[in-house]
Design a protein around this ligand. Structure first.
Ligand code: NAG
Ligand code: NAG
Length: 386
C-alpha cells in the first residue's frame, strides 16, 4: 500500500527500529558463508548486497531470536556467489540452491508452511532477480521461481510490466564499494568541466554478435551519434580517474545494458553528477523515498540521437537545482551499503520498505489444508537436489 504523501526527504530519514522484527533462519554454511570463503571475489561485485544485508541483519536492532514475535522471516541464501573461473556470477545453480534452502527451512520450522512464504523475504540481486538468468529472453521464459511467488523479493531489477518484477518487491541499488568511492573524493568546489561523461561498452559483440539485443541498441546509437561530439566524453576505456572524472562532469549517462540498471546510477548520485537515465520503464531503487524525477534526467531509448539537444537546452536553473538536491547527504547515503552500517543507508531503506508493508494483509496465514505453492512446477533441471 502506498503511504500518504510525505516529502521524499522525510521518508529517507525514517528510522525502522521499533517498526518491525526480523527472524533470521540459521542455515547450514553451504548456503552462504562457505561460498564466500571459497570465492571472496563475490564480496566486491555489484550483487554483493546479499552478503552485506545478511551481516547487517545479524547485528541489527530489528533482529529477533523469537520467531513467534517476528513480522518478517529472512532466508540468508547467496544466489550470486557461485562464480565462473573468470569471476562472473552466472546464476545457473541458483534455482536449485534456493529451492533446497526453502525445503530445509520448511521441514525444520513451521513458519514457511503457515503462509507459503508470504511473510518471508529474500535478497535476489542478480540481473533479472528471481528469474535467475542473465539473458532477458531466457529470464522471461523462466519467470520468477515458482516457490517464491508469495514471498517479498528485494532486488536490483526493476522494470514496469515485466514478468521478473512482481508487485510488492523492494527495488534496491546495486552494490558499489563505499570505501573505494570515499577514497577517490576530490574537493567539492572542483569545477565540472566535462559536459557529458560515460565509460563502458557500446556493443557486446561476444554475447550479441549481430547487435541490437545489447542495450536494445541504445548504447550503439550513443556511440554512432556522439563519438565525435566534443561535448560528449564517451569511451570504452576505463581510466584510473573514473571516479574523479564523474565528479568533474555535469551529466553522467546511465543507459541500460543487459539489465536496465548499472552501478553508474549509484556512482552518479554519490559523485553529484546528474544521472541521465536511458532505460524505458525502469523502476528505480527506493522510488518511494528518492525523488528520481527531480534529481535525474529521463531520456527515452528512441531519443538517444537527440541527447545533445535535450541536454544543451536544459535551463541552467534546472541543472543547479538538480545539483543542489544531489548534494543532500541523505540521497547519497541511501545508495550505499557501508560497513559498518550507518543511519539512513541502503540497509535502513530496505527495512523501511519492509516496515511499510506491515501489517501483513489478511489472507497471509493459510488454513492448514490450503496450499498455494506447486513444489514440482518449473523446469525439470531445477528440481534436482542441490
Ligand atoms: C511443509 O510443507 C512441505 C511441503 O508440503 C512438507 O514437505 C513439510 O514437511 C512441511 N513442514 C512441516 C514442518 O510440516
Ligand atoms: C504442478 O506443476 C507441475 C509441472 O508444471 C504440473 O504437472 C502439475 O499439474 C502442477 N500441480 C498442480 C496441483 O497444479
Amino acid at each position: 500500500s502506498v503511504p500518504p504523501f510525505r516529502s521524499a526527504g522525510d521518508v529517507l530519514e525514517d528510522n525502522p527500529v521499533g517498526k518491525l522484527k526480523v527472524f533470521i533462519y540459521d542455515l547450514p554454511r553451504k548456503y552462504n558463508k562457505k561460498m564466500v570463503t571459497k570465492d571472496p571475489r563475490c564480496l566486491n561485485h555489484m550483487f554483493a548486497a546479499e552478503i552485506f544485508m545478511h551481516r547487517f541483519l545479524l547485528s541489527s536492532a530489528v533482529r529477533t531470536l523469537k520467531p513467534k514475535e517476528a513480522d518478517w522471516f529472512y532466508i540468508p541464501v547467496y544466489t550470486t556467489c557461485d562464480l565462473t573461473p573468470a569471476g562472473l556470477p552466472l546464476p545457473f545453480k541458483s534455482p536449485r540452491v534456493m529451492r533446497s534452502s526453502i525445503q530445509y527451512i520448511s521441514n525444520k520450522w513451521p513458519f514457511w508452511n503457515r503462509t507459503d512464504g508470504a511473510d518471508h523475504f529474500f535478497v535476489v540481486p542478480h540481473d533479472f532477480g528471481a528469474c535467475f538468468h542473465y539473458q532477458e529472453e531466457k529470464a522471461i521464459e523462466r519467470g520468477i521461481l515458482p516457490l517464491l511467488r508469495r514471498a517479498t523479493l528485494v532486488q536490483t531489477f526493476g522494470q514496469e510490466n515485466h514478468v521478473c518484477l512482481k508487485e510488492g518487491s523492494i527495488i534496491i541499488p546495486p552494490f558499489a564499494p563505499p570505501q573505494k568511492m570515499q577514497a577517490h573524493l576530490i574537493p567539492r568546489d572542483t569545477p565540472r568541466s566535462i559536459f557529458v561523461y560515460f565509460r563502458g561498452l557500446f556493443y557486446d559483440t561476444g554475447n550479441d554478435p549481430e547487435g541490437g539485443y545489447y542495450a536494445r541498441g541504445a548504447r550503439a546509437s550513443l556511440w554512432e551519434n556522439f563519438k565525435n561530439n566534443p561535448l560528449f566524453d564517451i569511451s570504452t576505456d576505463h581510466p584510473a580517474t573514473y571516479y574523479e572524472d564523474m565528479q568533474r562532469a555535469v551529466f553522467c549517462l546511465c543507459p541500460l545494458g543487459w539489465a536496465p540498471w548499472s552501478p553508474r546510477l549509484v556512482e552518479a548520485v554519490v559523485f553529484g553528477c546528474i544521472p541521465v537515465i536511458i532505460a524505458d520503464d525502469i523502476v528505480l531503487p527506493f522510488a518511494d523515498a528518492i525523488p528520481w524525477e527531480e534529481i535525474g534526467v529521463f531520456v527515452e531509448e528512441k531519443d538517444v540521437p537527440k541527447l545533445d539537444t535535450i541536454l544543451t537546452s536544459m535551463p541552467i536553473e534546472d541543472i543547479l537545482r538538480k545539483q543542489r538536491l544531489l548534494a543532500n547527504p541523505s540521497m547519497k547515503q541511501a545508495m550505499l551499503f557501508p560497513q559498518p552500517a550507518q543511519p539512513r543507508d541502503a540497509f535502513h531503506q530496505i527495512l523501511n520498505g519492509l516496515a511499510r508493508k506491515l501489517p501483513h494483509p489478511e489472507g497471509v496465514y493459510l488454513p492448514p489444508s490450503e496450499k498455494h505453492l506447486n513444489w514440482t512446477a518449473g523446469p525439470v533441471g531445477d528440481l534436482k537436489p542441490w
